[in-house]
Design a protein around this ligand. Structure first.
Ligand code: 5GP
Ligand code: ZN
Length: 119
């Protein structure tokens, strides 16, 4: 638990979060400002800032990351619509909360490439 980390506080139940999934080392809840009909944030219970902050020890907890994403996608009924997983890493890439989180987005049309302004 990191003091002053909003996601650590949500995991600890100190701040209400709209929980959608929990197991030994993962926690998932709904984004407060959803960008899609389904917008879930998947976070490790143990604080790690982002992909760049992973070390060998904390990386072990990520071994089942894709299986957990799959469980949540099924639970949310996203097989049909498909979904997108976004992990912003670093301020310049749009990371605003420095506790690793994967955005699981689904239930709407999504364009590709992801930066329409580049077209
Ligand atoms: P980032 O910009 O770091 O990739 O994503 C942070 C996400 O956390 C944003 O989509 C933002 O809406 C969400 N968020 C920030 N504060 C809270 C909060 O207190 N509760 C919930 N449920 N989501 C939050
Ligand atoms: Zn944290």
């Amino acid at each position: 638990m990191m003091d002053d980390c909003i996601f650590c506080k949500i995991i600890a139940g100190e701040i209400p979060g709209n929980k959608v999934y929990e197991d030994d080392h993962w926690f998932a809840f709904r984004d407060i400002e959803p960008c899609a009909p389904t917008h879930v944030l998947l976070v490790p219970k143990k604080h790690v800032a982002n992909i760049l902050a992973l070390d060998d020890e904390s990386a072990k907890d990520f071994a089942d990351f894709f299986q957990v994403v799959q469980k949540i996608a099924r639970q949310e009924g996203l097989e049909e619509s498909g979904f997108r997983v976004v992990i912003n890493t670093g301020e310049k890439a749009g990371q605003s909360v420095f506790h690793f989180h994967a955005h699981i987005l689904g239930g709407r049309e999504m364009g590709w490439p992801p930066f329409p302004e580049d077209k």
